[in-house]
Design a protein around this ligand. Structure first.
Ligand SMILES: C[S@@+](CC[C@H](N)C(=O)[O-])C[C@H]1O[C@@H](n2cnc3c(N)ncnc32)[C@H](O)[C@@H]1O
Length: 249
């Protein structure tokens, strides 16, 4: 059954978010953080796994000659191919073996897609297979400690009346791998989303042969007067970047 990003409507909701002010802020934060981790080497072979609209592959192509990208949504791949006709976007399910040679990529990026995945360990194993020994895996995720569902922004009616800003309230995180309703995602999207803790990401990467090298909490550079993503990103880093190195054995 088609669900979430695979339906034309699901794809449209996601593309509309990317085009919104919040979406542009999020892309900007993610791009700067990811680009800062990449060696300045034009010939680098980079793979954008679960590329969605292809926006990241498109921006990386400004600096790197060999960009590959894949996704499992036909609608999003069509949008990506239309926006970047010179790049190759493949249809591929990253929970299955990937259509690339072994040890092919210098850098593999899984940007904001991990919580969509049912079988995290299969994905890390598949990504590891196509990464060169000594190559890098960069993943970005909603911060499992500070973003929904482990934390929510709250304000009472009184707070609203007197114009008080919301506060972050921590909650007990759900069980690892459990299905969650993602924040701000319309019901009509029928998106399957899973909760993974920081330990889940580290353990899945380690058992796929990646060593953890670097972690960074990502936040907005400037505050926003509205209760929007910029506002929340500024007060609490709602995104997390993790970087791993593929082992030589
Ligand atoms: C939140 S979007 C992020 C897309 C993109 N990386 C970005 O930064 O905008 C999640 C993406 O993961 C893709 N996806 C989910 N499960 C997948 C799978 N098993 N294989 C390939 N892509 C998948 C969806 O189609 C969607 O494009």
């Amino acid at each position: 059954m088609e669900y979430g990003y695979q339906t034309p409507m699901g794809a449209k909701i996601y593309l509309d978010f990317l085009a919104s002010r919040d979406g542009r802020i999020q892309q900007d934060i993610l791009y700067k953080a990811i680009a800062a981790r990449l060696p300045k080497q034009h010939s680098l072979r980079v793979f954008d796994a679960a590329c969605g609209s292809g926006w990241l592959a498109g921006r990386l192509a400004e600096n790197f000659a060999q960009i590959s990208a894949c996704d499992s949504s036909q609608s999003l791949l069509a949008a990506a191919a239309a926006a970047w006709p010179l790049l190759e976007f493949k249809m591929a399910d990253i929970e299955q073996p990937l259509p690339y040679p072994p040890a092919y990529f210098d850098v593999v990026i899984l940007n904001m897609a991990a919580p969509d995945l049912n079988n995290l360990s299969a994905v890390f194993i598949n990504l590891s297979y196509v990464t060169k020994p000594g190559g890098r895996l960069i993943i970005t995720v909603p911060n499992p400690e500070l973003a929904y569902p482990a934390a929510v922004w709250k304000r009472s009616w009184l707070d609203v009346l007197v114009g008080r800003k919301p506060k972050l309230a921590k909650k007990a995180p759900p069980k690892s791998g459990s299905l969650i309703k993602r924040e701000f995602v319309p019901k009509s999207l029928r998106l399957n989303s899973y909760y993974y803790s920081l330990d889940d990401y580290l353990a899945a990467a380690k058992s796929a042969g990646f060593h953890h090298k670097f972690a960074q909490q990502l936040r907005s550079a400037s505050d926003s007067p509205n209760f929007d993503l910029a506002y929340r990103l500024c007060r609490h880093p709602l995104l997390l970047l993790l970087e791993f190195e593929k082992s030589f054995q």
